[in-house]
Write a protein that binds this ligand. Structure first.
Ligand code: GDP
Length: 610
């Protein structure tokens, strides 16, 4: 029934299409990428202005152009300067290489599941709706009730599949869009019936409109005594979301995540909207799609959730993801089951990449392993070059004097953390710091251990590297020393913020500073009852001293920080053991030591204020 009304209104001549034309001033654009041959009309779109306005501007500058005229670099620059936008020209081939540019034969196209994002004001019930839909779709017992969070999941609705991105909120949606990824087919705007339309409700609607994604309104918390769905409808009608029953074309579903009422109807209305959009893909070609989530797992290495958007992804495929590459070694679905292939619209967790990509990155499967590697390497190079361009100079030690002399306007910082979420949180906290008009500029933020490529980027851009729960290995530390790159390691965000603020105010005067004395590699472990795990080690760098703090590092990630329990050379206690010698160590209150781990020793040393 809902289907008919929706279609009817959609076909109505006067039905208002979703348009961002009248909302143009609301979205502030600061920077754009463009490629050779961009036209006046295309640029207008990118910078969210009317082409007429641009044509007029160019005319005043003595240039008579039309909407379809290509612009040279100088003209792009002129226009962007006028609006305070920074344009960056990019190499089309490099940029496009992971996009699905092939035109599919209509005969190969098959229906695919709609991909849905849930947005709305905080506490209106986004997470509860996602959880309720998910748990009611896991047939009890079928998979032992195991649900695994991989950033997206699929459910069955009347024999058809619907894919949900389960990071609710428009921040994730916008971050993906900022990276050029458009994955969402339908957005659900959740409004609590007892609270009504709030600021983030409006934001969510603006974002959906800007992305031209059709919306369904879920009026949630209908079980609550103060529920007033008509008030919600009234308020949203003023934002172009006129309910069907009032003659508009927006589906409203009254529901309750708590009781489950209305959720089936909500799912069915997604199918209705999907049917109108006629979503199709070609399952019989190499896969392309987008990264939904990525993290560095202590045991498994880079773990990435990919959403297949076209083609079919197979185990063993050679794949380029952003600037990373590898083979799909293992693929699991949202229920934790290992699978061999993933058709369009299916989210899968993949292991086998050489590094951690970023959510919103595109991926593409290559028929040839060598091609994949070459494309990834080329992309990595351009990525570094682009990041390089976006930076200016600085270094933490003489930061305050540079600020005082007005030499720098921003402090470039590179953030690495064990998980993407932490990297984002650190980056966002640091970038909020402002001292005397000088700001922190995050030039890279990602999950993963600190790599040589991070050091190189930091070096060319004179950036400071901030590591959270990650440690550089010996090679990386040497490289950093050679290049004069400062690496600051923390595990508490506010401490990093305090330190950066102090440095920017010229008050960087820590009383104690941690000094790494050396590193040892665990060659063998022995379990001894009462003593715990003894690590047979080779000191590979510097020295390990008895009275030192230690960190256990596995694959570049700090697993444990504590104190050295004992240090022995053969049977005897040792005060210190230097590089090139073997020793036995225990860590106080910690036994999970494995072969291949690195034990790093450090001491706190007093530092005189400069
Ligand atoms: P989010 O911030 O939008 O993800 O909101 P949450 O899903 O975290 O929900 C916020 C609060 O509202 C939680 O305490 C939920 O238990 C509660 N809640 C969510 N949906 C309902 C509902 O349908 N009825 C009632 N009574 N409470 C709800």
């Amino acid at each position: 029934m809902a289907k008919q009304t929706y279609k009817k209104h959609l076909n109505k001549k006067n039905a208002k299409p979703i348009s961002n034309e009248d909302k143009k001033e609301e979205i502030k654009i600061e920077a754009i990428n463009y490629t050779d041959g961009i036209t006046v009309g295309e640029l207008a779109n990118k910078i969210n202005k009317n082409s007429g306005e641009l044509i007029k501007l160019l005319f005043m500058l003595g240039k008579a152009l039309t909407i379809n005229s290509p612009l040279d670099d100088e003209n792009v620059e002129l226009i962007c300067v006028e609006y305070g936008i920074t344009p960056t020209k990019i190499d089309e081939e490099e940029e496009e290489s992971l996009a699905d540019t092939e035109i599919d034969n209509p005969d190969d196209l098959r229906q695919r599941a709609p991909i849905v994002t849930i947005m709305g004001h905080v506490d209106h019930g986004k997470t509860s709706i996602l959880d309720a839909i998910r748990s009611s779709n896991v047939t009890s017992g079928e998979f032992g009730g195991i649900t695994q969070h991989i950033g997206a999941y699929q459910v069955d609705v009347n024999g058809k599949k619907v894919t949900f991105l389960d990071t609710p909120g428009h921040e994730a949606f916008t971050a993906m869009r900022a990276r050029g990824a458009s994955v969402t087919d339908v957005s659900i705007i959740v409004v609590a019936a007892d609270d009504g339309v709030m600021p983030q409700t409006r934001e969510a609607i603006d974002h959906s409109k800007a992305a031209k994604v059709p919306m369904i309104v879920a009026v949630n918390k209908m079980d609550k005594p103060g529920a007033n769905p008509d008030k919600v409808k009234n308020a949203l009608s003023e934002l172009d979301l006129m309910p069907e029953e009032w003659g508009g074309d927006t589906i409203y579903v009254n529901c309750s995540a708590k009781t489950g009422d209305g959720l089936q109807e909500l799912l069915e209305s997604i199918l209705v909207v999907a049917e109108v959009k006629d979503l199709k893909a070609n399952p019989s070609k190499l896969a392309t799609g987008t990264v939904i989530e990525a993290k560095l797992d202590k045991g498994r290495g880079p773990v990435t959730t990919l959403l297949v958007q076209n083609g079919t992804l197979h185990q063993g495929d050679s794949i380029v993801v952003g600037a990373c590459y590898g083979k799909v070694r293992k693929m699991t679905n949202d229920k934790g089951e290992e699978i061999n292939e993933a058709p369009p619209s299916m989210p899968v967790e993949v292991i086998g990449l050489n590094d951690v990509p970023v959510a919103g990155d595109n991926f593409k499967v290559f028929a040839d392993d060598k091609d994949a590697r070459a494309v990834a390497q080329a992309r990595n190079k351009t990525k570094i070059e682009k990041e390089r361009k976006a930076t200016s100079a600085m270094s933490l030690d003489d930061l305050s004097s540079q600020i005082a002399s007005g030499d720098i306007k921003e402090v470039p910082v590179l953030v690495k953390a064990d998980v993407q979420g932490t990297a984002e949180a650190v980056a966002s906290s640091l970038s909020k710091i402002e001292v005397d008009g000088v700001k922190v500029n995050i030039i890279r933020q990602s999950a993963g251990s600190i790599s040589e490529s991070d050091v190189i980027l930091a070096s060319v851009s004179h950036a400071v590297i901030y590591g959270f729960n990650v440690r550089p290995n010996a090679t990386v530390r040497k490289k950093a020393q050679e290049e004069g790159v400062e690496i600051r390691l923390h595990n508490i965000i506010y401490k990093a913020v305090e330190e950066m603020e102090a440095a920017m105010k010229g008050m960087l005067a820590p009383v104690f500073e941690e000094v790494v004395t050396g590193q040892a590699e665990v060659r063998k472990t022995y379990k001894v009852s009462k003593v715990g795990t003894i690590a047979g080690c080779m000191v590979t760098e510097g020295k390990i001293v008895k009275e030192s703090g230690v960190r256990l590092i596995r694959d570049g990630i700090v697993i444990y920080t504590g104190k050295l329990g004992s240090l022995k050379r053969f049977e005897n206690d040792a005060k210190e053991v230097v590089s090139g010698y073997e020793c036995g160590m225990t860590i106080e209150n910690f036994n999970d030591i494995k072969e291949g781990d690195i034990i790093e020793g450090y001491v706190d040393q007093e530092v005189k204020p400069e």
